[in-house]
Design a protein. Structure first.
Length: 94
């Protein structure tokens, strides 16, 4: 079993209205010193595949067909062996 993380983000030069809205909201909340904000998405997949090369090929196909729009988005793939090497997101305030 393999775990895959796919980081999808807009290509440089593509307008990012969500990133702009996040940046504006942070400024209105009093957070200073924030430059450009770019918003993306993280997709985590559990794969039955055990061969890293085959898993990467499979996830690349998923990205080209559904997970990313190659015209306006770039993506990066991280593969790790299963069953659960990806820690859950942290909860709460620091």
């Amino acid at each position: 079993m393999m775990k895959a993380r796919v980081h999808v983000r807009l290509k440089p030069g593509v307008l990012d209205p969500q990133g702009k809205a996040i940046g504006n909201a942070l400024g209105s909340l009093g957070f200073a010193g924030i430059g450009e904000v770019r918003q993306g998405k993280l997709i985590e997949l559990d794969l039955d595949e055990t061969d890293p090369a085959a898993a990467r090929t499979q996830v690349e196909a998923m990205c080209r067909h559904l997970l990313a729009n190659p015209v306006i988005e770039d993506y990066a793939i991280e593969l790790t062996p299963g069953p659960d090497p990806i820690p859950p997101p942290r909860q709460g305030s620091p």
